[in-house]
Design a protein around this ligand. Sequence first.
Ligand code: DGY
Length: 290
Amino acid sequence: MCDKKNDKHLTDFCEVTLWTGPGPVPRDELLGNVENKHGLFCMLTDRIDSEVLDKAGKKLKIVATMSVGYDHIDVNEIKKRKIKIAYTPDILTDATAELAVALLLTTSRRLLEATGAAKIGEWKSWSPFWMCGPGLQNSIVGIVGVWPSEKAEAKEIGAEKVCFDELLTSSDFISVSCSLTPDTKELFNAAAFNKMKPTSIFINTSRGGVVDQNALIEVLENGKIWGAGLDVMTPEPLPLDSPLLKLKNCVILPHIGSACIETRKDMAMLCAKNIVAALKGEPLPTELVL
Ligand code: DGY
């Protein structure tokens, strides 16, 4: 949270009220400290809604989130109040793509299950089909959240643009990286999962809300799909009694898609730069324009 002061580097330029943790800023701390601030630096763990905006008051010029996702922000309410919104697109794409591949292979090649087995003495000998899983080579990977606008563009990256139904029925692996919007909310519901191949694997590194989680649990429990690897779910953190945590064919990660040290530093810096630009009245490096 920043108060405009003078025109130097970030901490000289701003008076900063900082939550240093542990964990996300508690709601009452946020509400108690946001008053009269000119800029708000937030994360996906902070719900920014009219209650926060009312508390902040009329001086607030910018809400900048250290994330590419912005489903935790009431975008319409913020825009209505003529407050700018900034986010951190692109710079976490590589880190998140790496994680998606790692999660896919961890799920398909049963890495956690295999390590677990080795640790508790279940590794008796090498065995022809022990700990086998589907291979990635020659498989069809359906990606939801890459939007090549033209067929030719898709071809350039060795891909083919298909409709959602075809993606569901033809893919061996489905990897989801789209934003959570009203259009994508629970896009993966029982009907969608039931169209997937029984040998297929579902990977989600976007937002838990894109999935009807009960439907996913059901298809995993009944073996209607082969497995799932989830970096995101609903809610986060996932309660310890969630059936997802008991399933052998489901790998759970604690929302670490962008968790590369350099990436997180870049995201923090970009978020701060957006705030400085807004306070100086300059164009924002990465304004969210919808
Ligand atoms: C984002 O930025 O939205 C990711 O989910 C966390 O890095």
